[in-house]
Write a protein that binds this ligand. Structure first.
Ligand SMILES: [Zn+2]
Ligand SMILES: [Zn+2]
Length: 145
């Protein structure tokens, strides 16, 4: 059954410009979610999903905060409709978190050692040069890397 587009949602002006990109990312997300995970470690199966989440939020964030191509109304609409992750974007505005990959990587309880995920450690401070964190497969997201 095709999903019926609800007419209750009122799309702000400019929506038609960003809709194709968002739809494309949503489709990719669905694909990643339905992907049979055979052979992959359980955590690895989630990586593409985190990555696409990140991409969507980054897209909206850049359009509004950097490129200033969308209105505040449209920006807030995207946050409300969860096309972008409000909490993640809030972090990107803080110094040192501009490139943060996902919220899990800064939650102390999720880590065996200390307070942050390996991917948050700047390249020049860590022993291994190439890493992939277990949470989202991030290869390093410290500011300045
Ligand atoms: Zn990271
Ligand atoms: Zn991480």
């Amino acid at each position: 059954m095709p999903k019926v587009k609800t007419s209750r949602v009122r799309y702000p002006e400019g929506w038609e410009l960003i809709e194709p990109t968002l739809r494309e990312l949503q489709a990719k997300m669905r694909e990643a979610e339905n992907d049979p995970h055979d052979g992959k470690r359980k955590c690895e199966a989630l990586w593409p999903i985190f990555k696409i989440e990140h991409q969507k939020s980054r897209y909206i964030f850049d359009l509004y905060h950097r490129r200033k191509e969308i209105s505040k109304e449209l920006y807030e609409f995207c946050l409300d409709q969860r096309y972008a992750d409000k909490n993640l974007i809030a972090k990107w505005k803080k110094p040192g978190y501009e490139r943060l990959c996902c919220l899990r990587c800064i939650q102390p309880r999720d880590h065996n050692f200390g307070t942050t995920c390996a991917c948050r450690v700047p390249k020049h401070l860590r022993e291994e040069k190439v890493i992939e964190c277990v949470h989202c497969g991030c290869r390093g997201c410290a500011s300045g890397d």
